[in-house]
Ligand binder design. Sequence first.
Ligand SMILES: Nc1ncnc2c1ncn2[C@@H]1O[C@H](COP(=O)(O)OP(=O)(O)OP(=O)(O)O)[C@@H](O)[C@H]1O
Length: 477
Amino acid sequence: MPVINHVRGDQVPDSMLNVRTPVVKLPLWLVLTWWLLKGLALAVVLACRYWYATGPTVLLACLYVDFGWLGPVGLLVGLAALGAGWRFGHRASFERFGWWPALSRWRRWWYRRRWLSAMTTAKLTVAFDGHAVVPILKRVRSTGAADVLTVRMVTGQIPDDFARVSERLTHTFGARTCRVIPADRPDLVTLTLLRGDPLAAVVAPYPVPSVPDLAALPVARLEDGSTFRLRLAGSHVLIVGATGAGKGSWQWSLIAALAGGVRAGLVRLRVLDPKGGMEMAAGIPLFERFVCESFRQMADELEEGVGELQRRTARLRGRTRQHTPSTDEPAYVFVIDELAALTSYLTDRQLKDRIKAALGILLTQGRAVGVYVVAALQDPRKDVLPFRDLFPTRIGLRLTEAAQVDMVLGDGMRDRGALCDRIPMSMPGTAYVVLDGEPTPTRARASYWTDAHIADLAREYGWLRVVDGDWTEGGAA
Ligand SMILES: Nc1ncnc2c1ncn2[C@@H]1O[C@H](COP(=O)(O)OP(=O)(O)OP(=O)(O)O)[C@@H](O)[C@H]1O
């Protein structure tokens, strides 16, 4: 290869207009008219396409021509006053029909400008027939804290392709997190990009329902600011988190949501606290049974629960397929503060086997007849895992390692956005929840029940009253 190419002649200078030698000679006036018509057509198309920009500009310009500066400024002030009146007069309709659609349109423009580069760097464009094919951004819906993007995938793509690069998309779009959820059509995927965080502040306790709906217990706040209602009916709940992650706040939020049922005789709480009663003893007046010292007694409690379950199954057989709590047939809720203490750490092998057998029956047969288990767990070790799959509802709080997330919540859950290992220590009570049958985890923060709140709860809804330091039966009212 030569080091230098020497080509004789002058370089063609850059110019505004490059023209070819015409094949057919046209008069200049015809060419200019043609260009003018083409330019006009393009201007009309652009003006119609971007009507939301051109319309107001033309209107403001007309007002300026007719009335001078007073015209456009008067209109803008009038519109601002009208918007403020609407906002303070009827906030719900203002947000629904005015604010959120306007914000969504602005955000859509913002995403469109970055879309091509974002898809290319995330390797979500597909090469086909010599072209790069890009997923289509169909819709953007904005709320206070999140932008929900509906995307049409390129043929051959699946939602997991987007889930795998969710972290990259988070940083590209400057969001806090990006969750990928399959949409209701197979060719669409939804990206939820969170900007603010309604879970940053501590969640105050929710009002206690006088008659709890076991299918929708208000226990936590969701990322969009709404209330997360946990389904206990037909389920069992496993709460897993490192020490100090806030397992207690989930347990107490659930107990509080059931407290109205305790007072009405519809729910009976049986609490096993193998950690010596430090966590749960404050609620003793609410509990039908409370065991915190003897593992033998805990095994007896669980076996008695199995006996009750079997008697109830015999009574309800053929009459109903899902139990509804009543004062005659209340719901039994076993709350276990540290599951591993019963199934792993216990050294008495015989006792451990009894507990495992009873738990196995409660978890497999209890749901249909109103016997539920709510268990907390600190360390998702292997010997607890067989029980994990028997809990349809699993709540993953802060975990110490990324590998534990799938172990607790199920395979692929971390890729789908359950970043339990990234929950900061400064946000105890924050968790990812996986509901049975739901493909993606939901992030929520439990309401925080202080000792004073729990004392008030026990006083108002408990079965027992404290009289001069002794427990007395009799209920709160
Ligand atoms: N939902 C919450 N909102 C705000 N603060 C919380 C919340 N839950 C817990 N905390 C705070 O975090 C601390 C630890 O919570 P908690 O004792 O419930 O954790 P834990 O997971 O049960 O820990 P351990 O396994 O050590 O018992 C509490 O003292 C409380 O101050």
